[in-house]
Design a protein around this ligand. Structure first.
Ligand code: BGC
Length: 748
């Protein structure tokens, strides 16, 4: 039942794979069709025309915004631009403006908080479907699954009465140590953009606003509240901003969260270069900018530099920077009414876009069979097979008598951890449970914890004895969401496996070479045992259906098709942020300098010729794929059409099983005007191929494929010249090569 789903055919493929998708997708498509975008004149034409124009869904959004704005007093305007509890803003009953509810994000709808503390509200109706973490979603390399995950969360948000969901998180993985890498979408700006756009479209199709975060350069948790980030203009434009830009321009996101940190000396919540010049100016963003929770520091600074909504600050709500102090400043004439009106317009626009005034708003649904199916599918497709010597996997349940499952993560709940992205899951199938269910009654499954956060020596001894007694061992370890690991608020200290796992894994492999090592969490240093292990699976945080998905991969019901969305380096010292000393990470005197510039992730390892443990884009399958027949075709319609050409090639399944392959396209500019990384991902497609079958894949080459940002010209430039096109199954396995000549310099 394995299968890839391409961006273009989600409805078709998912309904074929899961018949129950039908109703879900029809509803989602309906929502997309009736969906609205800013500046659109097309309103909803059904419904009763109300007396006031803003209450009439038949009116264009802008007309409704202006009408409502004109009816509001200054106090009412002020009321809707700051929080009045941890996750709400006040309504204006006189005008029918409802209380607005926000929630984390990004792996499902968080349990209800507060209202006035960070403690759980203690509700009994705030469970949610726990979707796989962002890094697992990214490992599917399937924007259609991003769309599906976003749509599930959007539906549940509506069922839980939320208006704005605080996700997706699209900060680029700059250092393996960042405590929130698990929430994000990997190290590459193109992959991150594609996945985020899918997610946002899916979520917003349900009548809830996404809130892409954290804008921008929030690439470490360590000292996140005040760290000042220095990054050059090219790194900013080419690495750290593209996913935000795509979220705005392609995803049509309605809300952007300003990050805690500073950029070039200014807090992101009052950074006019980021918020005014780039986001609202260059990109034309018409939605609202919300502060991260307590990231606002000053009334004037935030009011004049692009913040539209203040949330999470300390102190009484009416003393927030955007509450009484703002009102006083307006009355004293130190802040203009026009500035306040712009903020109110942006807030109202998002309310109208999400239908808060309209009677036919989506009521959503919670934890349906379809939601569980999406959670499972994302996990199945996001698990990455890193090693499989001698085809140890898949396991044959008919031939195995005893399986020893070892490791704390086999029985550890993960979805409820990590801080703001935590979910109060309806349930979570843990690996041991999934394996027991799948192995069936004829297989003896024994469990030995082996290690835990309170390891004792005899624990390891017992696990080794269990390993010896079994035909096959499935070790489930890695990281967890405890503070200091994959958890918001701090970074890891190193890339080492905790709790003595390096030793334990080696002892287990020595006791039983038929050991499958399953790693949960983000990347770790595997140096101590990677060459000894026969099979390795990277399972990330696979959500509440994760145990089932893992078992399906282990037993071959699902042919793994995940690919790494981030390089797994051999050791921390190899990583770009570590190569330049403490100035580049974590900081010196409060400033972190992104000295590696553009060379983030594989751009660094490839350009500097450093051998990674497992490269970006890498992932094995139970079958094999062959790439042939590359054709690089220039478009006759360029520059009238923005597509400058396309690349076509064949992918053949030459192995025994059906499976999905992520075909990846990278470019290298032969003689660039400014230095460029060795290669850059510019396209990919996940294709499902049956044994013996060949699929012809076509990947477009839009202008952006060739362009880089030229700070001298303050513009993206595509230079006339020759580009090498490389195609294959990972960033370091690119069997097809072609050439493309850009005939004339252009400015996309
Ligand atoms: C996090 C955000 C989150 C917010 C609200 C902050 O600490 O950085 O990602 O959305 O809290 O919980």
């Amino acid at each position: 039942m394995s299968g890839g789903v391409s961006a273009s055919n989600i409805g078709f493929s998912l309904t074929m794979i899961f018949p129950r998708f039908n109703a879900f997708l029809v509803a989602a498509c309906f929502a997309i069709l009736r969906g609205v975008s800013f500046g659109s004149d097309a309103g909803v034409t059904t419904g009763t025309a109300a007396t006031a124009p803003y209450l009439n869904p038949g009116q264009p959004i802008e007309a409704r915004v202006e009408d409502l704005l004109s009816r509001m007093t200054i106090e009412e305007k002020i009321a809707i631009i700051h929080g009045n509890s941890k996750f709400t803003t006040a309504g204006v009953a006189r005008l029918g403006i409802p209380v607005r509810w926000m929630s984390d994000g990004p792996h499902g709808v968080r349990e209800d908080i507060g209202p006035d503390t960070w403690k759980p509200a203690g509700h009994t109706n705030d469970f949610a479907t726990a979707m796989p973490a962002g890094i697992c979603l990214a490992a599917t390399w399937d924007p259609a699954l991003g769309n599906a995950e976003g749509a599930v969360i959007g539906q549940e948000a509506r069922a839980r009465g939320k208006d704005i969901m605080l996700g997706p998180g699209v900060n680029i993985l700059r250092t393996p140590l960042c405590g929130r890498n698990f929430e994000y979408l990997g190290e590459d700006p193109y992959l991150t953009s594609q996945m985020a756009v899918g997610y946002i479209r899916g979520e917003q199709s349900q009548g809830v606003s996404s809130c892409v975060k954290h804008f921008a350069l929030n690439n470490q948790e360590y000292d996140r509240n005040k760290i000042d980030v220095e990054a050059d203009e090219r790194a900013l434009r080419e690495i750290y901003l593209p996913a935000f830009k795509a979220a705005v321009q392609e995803g049509g996101v309605w809300c952007v969260m300003a990050a805690y940190n500073k950029f070039r000396g200014e807090f992101c919540s009052e950074n006019s270069y980021l918020l005014e010049n780039i986001l609202k100016g260059e990109w034309g963003f018409k939605g609202l900018v919300v502060s991260d929770w307590s990231a606002a520091h000053d009334t004037m600074g935030c009011a004049e530099n692009g913040l539209d909504l203040e949330m999470g600050s300390n102190g009484p709500y009416d003393q927030f920077y955007f509450a009484q102090p703002y009102l006083d400043a307006i009355k004293a004439g130190t802040l203009p009414m026009a500035g306040l009106d712009d903020k109110v317009r942006r807030n109202l626009r998002v309310m109208f876009a999400t239908g808060v005034f309209d009677g036919d708003r989506n009521v959503g649904s919670l934890n349906t069979g379809e939601h569980e199916a999406v959670a499972r599918k994302v996990a199945e497709d996001g698990i990455v097979l890193l090693k499989n010597d001698g085809d140890l996997l898949p396991l044959d349940a008919g031939k195995v008598t005893t399986i020893a499952v070892i490791g704390e993560n086999a029985t550890r709940l993960q979805s409820h951890g990590g801080e703001s992205s935590a979910i109060k899951a309806f349930y979570e199938v843990m690996p041991l449970e999934g394996i027991v269910k799948r192995a069936g009654g004829l297989v003896n499954v024994i469990y030995s914890e082996g290690y835990s956060h309170h390891s004792t020596p005899d624990m390891a001894d017992r696990a080794v004895a269990a390993a010896k007694s079994a035909d096959v061992v499935i070790y489930v370890g890695g990281l967890n969401h405890d503070k200091g690991f994959d958890c918001e608020g701090d970074d890891r200290k190193d890339m080492k496996l905790p709790y003595g796992q390096d030793d334990l894994i080696q002892r287990i492999i020595a006791a039983n070479p038929k050991t499958v090592v399953v790693m949960e969490g983000t990347m770790v240093d595997m140096g101590a045992w990677v060459h000894k292990a026969t099979a390795i699976l990277q399972a990330w945080y696979p959500g509440m259906e994760g145990g089932n998905a893992l078992a399906e991969v282990l037993f071959g019901d699902v042919n793994p098709s995940g690919k790494l969305p981030c390089t797994f380096p051999k050791r921390l010292e190899d990583t770009p942020a570590a190569a330049f000393g403490p100035e580049a990470y974590p900081w010196v005197s409060g400033t972190v300098s992104y000295k590696e510039g553009l060379l983030v992730g594989y751009r660094w390892y490839d350009t500097k010729k450093i051998e990674p443990q497992f490269p970006f884009g890498y992932g094995l399958s139970y079958t094999r794929f062959k790439y042939t027949n590359i054709k690089v075709v220039a478009s006759a319609d360029w520059p009238a059409e923005r597509e400058i050409g396309h690349v076509q090639f064949d992918v053949t399944n030459i192995g025994p099983r059906a499976g999905a392959e992520v075909a990846q396209l990278y470019v290298h500019e032969s003689d660039p005007g400014l230095p460029r990384p060795e290669k850059e991902l510019k396209g990919f497609k996940k294709v499902f191929v049956k044994p013996g079958e060949t699929q012809t894949v076509s990947i477009p080459l839009p202008e952006a494929t060739f362009a880089y940002y030229d700070p001298g010209q303050k513009s993206w430039v595509g230079h006339k010249g020759t580009f090498e096109i490389m195609v294959g199954g990972s960033s370091r396995d690119l069997p097809l090569n072609g050439e493309f000549t850009v005939p004339t310099t252009f400015y996309p």
